[in-house]
Design a protein around this ligand. Sequence first.
Ligand code: ATP
Ligand code: MG
Length: 392
Amino acid sequence: MFKTFLIKYGEIGIKGKNRHLFEAALVNQIRQALDSVEGEFQVYREQGRIYIDVEGFYDFEETVEALQRVFGIVGICPVMKVEDRGLEELGNDVIEYLSNTYDMKNQTFKIDTRRARKSYPVESMEVNRCLGGRVLDAFPGVSVDVHNPELMIHVEIREKIYIYSKIIPGPGGMPVGTNGKAMLLLSGGIDSPVAGYMIAKRGVALDATYFHAPPYTSERAKQKVVDLAKLVARYSGPINLHVVNFTDIQLYIYDKCPHDELTIIMRRYMMKIAEHFAGETRSLALVTGESIGQVASQTMQSLAATNEVCEIPVFRPLIGFDKQDIVDIAEKIGTYETSILPFEDCCTIFVAKHPVTKPNLNAIKRSEKKLEERIDELVRTAIETTEVIRVE
Ligand code: ATP
Ligand code: MG
């Protein structure tokens, strides 16, 4: 029924040149999101507004859901767009809009006119009064409430006139592409997809790295990570997923180093390799799903020891979150069901019964000395044999 949407976006801090970049990125992201939705959509900017026109058949719910995954959108307003044919006709249009949109009984309402086209011959207050009177006449039982109306009926007078009252909430955030790119360490767990979502929400595009350990981890475990990347990509746009074969490095560490330090040392090599791919893909930071104290490898000491190998910033958007908070977001964004599928993770297979919880950096470095003979070559091979999967 609605042939036009008005897109509301946050405007704080986007002045001057930034505003133009923000809007261009937002239009771009909206187009991408609607690509996979059936229907002919025209997305355009006009006088500091973003509109979407639809031709022919489309699925309203599906369209709104796709838009609710576009960061930067604060509100999605289905609007009735009409030609300016005078105030009398505008009254008819408002009445038609209300009968089509609501079951009009005894609601309270307010007309809120914005006269963006200053040459319009009637002042906003007068338009409000006139349209308000028409609505009162048309629907017995309704009444005006200027302070707390149930229906706030917006009438925007521009070249055309836009009538709307529903503002469906968008996800907020910044359009992806306005804040560079980061490299997400994506595992098959609950946390890292959520971490990726949160960084993408700030306008950051993503690539990802997954450490795979065949035959200890199966093809299905890898497929699960590809599936998770797809779910994150619904928000972040395309992700180049780097699948690193980590088996030989893990076995070598297992062979040479104390088993209680295994996880920390392994994680240090993961960070190094992910940082290498960050450099190759012009990602400016790493992103992980770590949260203080969640497991032995995420104590303050462990985080410091893992962080020490990295030169670029490491963002941990979940650092202060309880597990339940993370689960709530995972459910909201639709990754939870996939994350809890029971496939083995490369970290769990080699973990010691009693991993160190307060690793001493000097001790770790001493243990790593025992890897000197072959580790560089193994890291090089892991990098060279990495498979890159483009996930859209
Ligand atoms: P997640 O639920 O994200 O797997 P987790 O609670 O299982 O996290 P860890 O296994 O300690 O925690 O991993 C901490 C972080 O390290 C993960 O959030 C992820 O960013 C990264 N990570 C762990 N394992 C892998 C892996 N196999 N490939 C890529 N990144 C990984
Ligand atoms: Mg994990």
